[in-house]
Design a protein around this ligand. Structure first.
Ligand code: 7TS
Length: 404
């Protein structure tokens, strides 16, 4: 992979921060955008801005075609059987909430159980807590082992015919752990439970095939796959989406409205009330095409090299502990340093132009499990380079000297 050439396509990487060249290692929070994605946004607004589906004029037709082309691109990106199974949402959070408030409300009852894991992002905890409270259902949690892997034996013990749903993250945003979701899905299905996979971190690093995984729902965010903010997708098996109650009511999601009764639209429009985020949806396809052109395998190979290199370099720093040492890891490294608060490290690194994320990463229960207030997290993207890891390591040495 020609990283130096690819970097040229990301204008932001040319800027400085505090008079230093930007080193951007906060990709798990959001990735930077290539020029083609930025251009797709301005091209839409300058050439064919129109509301979709309802118009018969040329601009409306062009915008509708482009919007629906993204649906097919998302279908390909995650290996769904049909484009109808792709619902556009604001992102992973909204996708999970959609399932909780539709499928969850209808299918979870008193005494039923929902299983999540100890490494979930708050967006895959709180919606299920809300449903459990409302329905008098019980939230069960798969424990996390010291090395940052799931306790799969404990998971199997939790399974019973009371379990209605397993909601599980495929790649942890705080640990980088790749969870064995295929195995989890098969085991959950054996007791009749459905499975939602939080793909917010996995979609950019791993090849995703929802049919091969056999998950019932899959959620991801556009802004973490080199696309714009404000757009993401929910995949759901057609059979489930067809029978689930509606989410938001309004325009587009209806077939016919009378004051007595409203009938609902077919998939996927049934779940897309109101004017959607047209521009960002269109530009998401550009991002997915960009990834496809480079090849996910190439990207993964490069990111794995960065992760291995960073891991070795970080481990050599006295007093530094890597949180999350799973055998199967991708995309990021989280760590703590003895007697130094993660936030102080983050501030000093920022003074050197290095962007890392510090804190609990919206996984407070996981931080509690490890008995830490937070970590410093360096997360990688296709445009990162070993030289940047060297800058980070040098920065950390300086930081430790300053703070010790
Ligand atoms: N699930 C996981 C595993 C995530 O990492 C995130 C965002 C979300 C869900 C929510 O995605 P959203 O696009 O709807 O916000 N993770 C992070 C992060 O690690 N730092 O900032 C956002």
């Amino acid at each position: 992979m020609r990283v130096a050439e690819l970097r040229q396509q990301f204008p932001i990487l040319g800027r400085t921060v505090k008079d230093k060249p930007l080193v951007y290692f906060d990709n798990a929070a959001t990735s930077q955008k290539p020029q083609c994605v930025i251009d797709a946004l301005t091209h839409y607004y300058s050439h064919y801005n129109a509301n979709i589906h309802r118009g018969i004029h040329t601009l409306a037709e062009e915008a509708t075609m482009a919007y629906e082309a993204t649906r097919s691109a998302v279908q390909d990106f995650i290996g769904a059987a049909s484009a109808e199974e792709i619902i556009f949402t604001r992102g992973t959070t909204e996708a999970i909430n959609l399932v909780a408030h539709t499928w969850g409300r209808e299918n979870v009852g008193a005494g039923d159980e929902i299983i999540i894991s100890g490494m979930e992002h708050h967006s895959n905890i709180v919606p299920w807590q809300i449903i459990c409270e409302e329905k008098n259902a019980i939230l069960k949690v798969i424990p996390v082992l010291d090395n940052g892997e799931l306790d799969m034996d404990a998971f199997k013990q939790l399974l019973s015919n009371k379990v209605k749903l397993v909601a599980i993250v495929q790649v942890s945003n705080s640990l980088g752990t790749v969870n064995p979701v295929k195995e989890i899905i098969a085991a959950a299905h054996q007791v009749g439970a459905k499975v939602l996979v939080d793909g917010a971190q996995s979609a950019v690093h791993l090849d995703i095939n929802v049919q091969d995984l056999d998950c019932d729902f899959f959620a991801f965010s556009g802004h973490k796959v080199y696309g714009p903010t404000g757009i993401g997708a929910l995949y759901g098996k057609k059979m489930l989406l067809d029978t689930m109650p509606v989410f938001q009511g309004g325009g587009e999601m209806i077939k016919e409205v009378t004051f007595e009764k409203t009938t609902y639209n077919d998939l996927p429009y049934k779940y897309e009330a109101g004017t959607p985020n047209i521009a960002d949806t269109i530009a998401l396809k550009t991002a997915l095409d960009f990834i496809a052109k480079i090849g996910k395998n190439q990207i993964r190979k490069h990111e794995d090299e960065l992760l291995a290199y960073a891991t070795v370099q970080l481990q050599a720093i006295p007093g530094l502990t890597i949180i999350g040492q799973a055998k199967n890891k991708v995309g990021l490294v989280s760590f703590v340093i003895d007697n130094v608060h993660p936030q102080d490290i983050g501030v000093l690194l920022d003074n050197m132009g290095i962007a890392v994320r510090t804190g609990h990463h919206c996984t407070q229960p996981l931080m509690k499990r490890f008995g830490i207030p937070g970590t410093v997290r360096a997360s990688f993207a296709l445009y990162n380079q070993k030289e940047e890891i060297d800058v980070l390591i040098a920065g950390l040495h300086k930081t430790i000297k300053m703070l010790a």
